[in-house]
Design a protein around this ligand. Structure first.
Ligand code: NOJ
Length: 539
């Protein structure tokens, strides 16, 4: 039998560490908090966990500004608490992947501090992107690049040079043309692989290489108004950026492939690459590069059967030619939660549940963002409470609303996120979340938590019988998104998933009794209700 690596069909749960569980009452989630909650995740039925950055960091971008890649920030614990957490996860059968941030460090990183202390043109400065400014006195930035978080992508230092930061000024970009940077990251990967991690999520994987000469960008003609990507850009605009998806990034990932392959246990890496086309994504998952790339198509789609069909077709078009497995993502810590994106209120939650069933019926691996299994919606965070640098830099309302600490139990904040009396780093919406905590959903057969548990359990038991081939099914109604997943062998039952994105119930009686539906009353009298989904056995 051919060997199937664990990640190929894994359901991976994303832990936004600050907001998952706070063991010491400082209001910020930590690694010991995660360890305490691992049994919950094992019981939920996921296969793997992805942890957002917990390294030493001044937290200018909540950990995506790393000051020491080989240590745990005291806010979150220590290397010992990390080891204990990883060991416990492995005991429970959970794989663990960690975030790696290679595009930029923190301005507090010792290399950047050394760069500031050294002269222009020095080897210390060459590990970052320092340039002279424009204008007679060099008082203008070296080019017109804008930070993803708003404002110029350059900040001037005391001696007049400017340094590049595609994100916050506390996140200077590395110069990947300098071989010392590549060597350092290989050593960092090995540090965590030696500790036993199962893989990496690569932050801004498409950003490491910049076009030679750092040419200006034609921003005005290219900005897309209504794109949901964190970069806020249309596909055309993304394609025209001299700092995204440059050919040289692929040499980095070929090297990382060789590093991962030198370890036992199917270690893997998944790219966060916001690139415009299926072909561009496919380049990151060629056989000698990364194992996976996030597929953000679904996360950018509306509640629309036509758009869901396009997502499906485009996704397979991207991965099949390079024999990679697809990934599916409905939400993460950078975007508006699915229930809100799909219209909010009870309908938004029903739709998010239905979309989750569709995602979990598909081959490949699914990434579930913490709190989606509770049906959480985006929270409107008061301006005085907002902490995201996107907000501070004028790049929009910020991403705090999808990062609210998780409600575990109880009828008032902190809802078991931390010890009683502790104050979570972002306020939880008291009245709404009381009924959404893990404890309140635990024994409720109709809760979103119960739905996720059932879907994950069913997925596990069905998986051995299912193949990877998927075909769209035409149910004779443009508002119905339906697909069939082939059986592993012709004599085994296959799976059909039907999602009703329309406003009227649709007949499904020809498909027999559903194996699972997205909510109470989703299927009655042989009809699938609007905003609902069902799994059926075909054949
Ligand atoms: C993508 C991460 O998901 C996001 O949270 C972060 O702000 C940027 N990369 C910069 O590291």
């Amino acid at each position: 039998m051919t060997h199937v690596p664990w990640w190929r069909h894994a359901v991976c749960y994303q832990i936004y560490v600050r907001s998952f569980a706070d063991s010491d009452g400082d209001g910020i989630g930590d690694l010991a908090g995660i360890t305490d909650r691992l049994p919950y995740l094992a019981e939920l039925g996921v296969d793997a966990l992805w942890l957002t950055p917990f390294y030493r960091s001044p937290q200018a971008d909540h950990g995506y500004d790393v000051a020491d890649y080989r240590d745990v920030d005291p806010l979150f614990g220590s290397l010992d608490t990390f080891d204990a957490m990883l060991a416990r996860a492995h005991e429970l059968g959970l794989k663990m992947i960690v975030d790696i941030v290679p595009n930029h460090s923190s301005d507090q990183h010792e290399w950047f501090q050394a760069a500031l202390a050294a002269a222009p043109g020095s080897p210390e400065r060459d590990r970052y992107v320092f340039r002279a400014g424009r204008g007679p006195d060099g008082g203008k930035p070296p080019n017109n690049w804008q930070s993803v978080f708003g404002g110029p992508a350059w900040t001037q230092v005391d001696d007049g040079q400017w340094f590049l930061h595609l994100f916050d000024a506390g996140q200077p970009d590395f110069n990947w043309e300098n071989p010392a940077v590549g060597d350092e990251f290989e050593s960092i990967l090995r540090f965590w692989l030696d500790r036993g991690v199962d893989g990496f999520r690569i932050d801004v994987a498409h950003g490491l290489a910049k076009a030679p000469g750092l040419p200006d960008v034609e921003y005005e003609t290219l900005r897309g108004a209504d794109d949901l990507s964190p970069t806020g850009l249309s596909a055309e605009a993304l394609a025209a950026r001299p700092y995204w998806d440059q050919p040289a990034v692929h040499e980095v990932y070929q090297r990382w492939h060789r590093v991962l392959r030198s370890y036992e246990g199917d270690r893997m890496a998944i790219a966060e690459a916001w690139v415009p086309t299926a072909e561009a994504i496919a380049r990151y998952v060629r056989p000698d590069e990364l194992q996976q790339a996030f597929n953000f198509l679904w996360l950018q789609a509306d509640w629309s059967a036509a758009q869901f069909r396009t997502v499906l077709v485009d996704t397979f078009a991207a991965v099949e030619p390079v024999d990679a497995s697809p990934t599916w993502v409905l939400a993460n810590h950078d975007v508006i939660r699915a229930a809100t994106r799909y219209g909010g209120g009870p309908a938004g939650v029903s739709r998010a549940r239905a979309a989750a069933l569709a995602m979990l019926a598909l081959p490949g691996s699914a990434y579930v963002y913490q709190g989606d299994e509770l049906g959480l919606s985006q929270v409107d965070v008061a301006e005085s409470d907002r902490q995201d640098p996107t907000w501070r830099r004028g790049g929009g309302v910020g991403r705090d609303g999808c990062r609210i600490p998780i409600p575990w139990a109880g009828d008032e904040p902190p809802f078991g996120f931390g010890p009683a009396g502790s104050v979570p780093w972002l306020p939880q919406p008291a009245s709404v979340w009381e009924n959404l905590s893990v404890a309140s959903q635990d024994d409720d057969p109709d809760s979103t938590l119960t739905l996720y548990r059932s879907a994950l359990q069913q997925r596990r038991s069905l998986l051995p019988h299912l193949g990877d081939r998927v075909t769209l099914v035409d149910r004779g109604d443009a508002d119905v998104f339906a697909f069939a997943r082939a059986a592993a062998t012709p004599d085994q039952p296959a799976l059909v998933c039907v999602v009703n994105c329309g406003v009227a119930a649709v007949p499904v009686d020809d498909l027999g009794e559903p194996i699972l539906t997205s909510g109470p009353g989703a299927v009655s009298d042989g009809e699938l209700a609007p905003d609902a989904a069902g799994w059926f056995r075909a054949g």
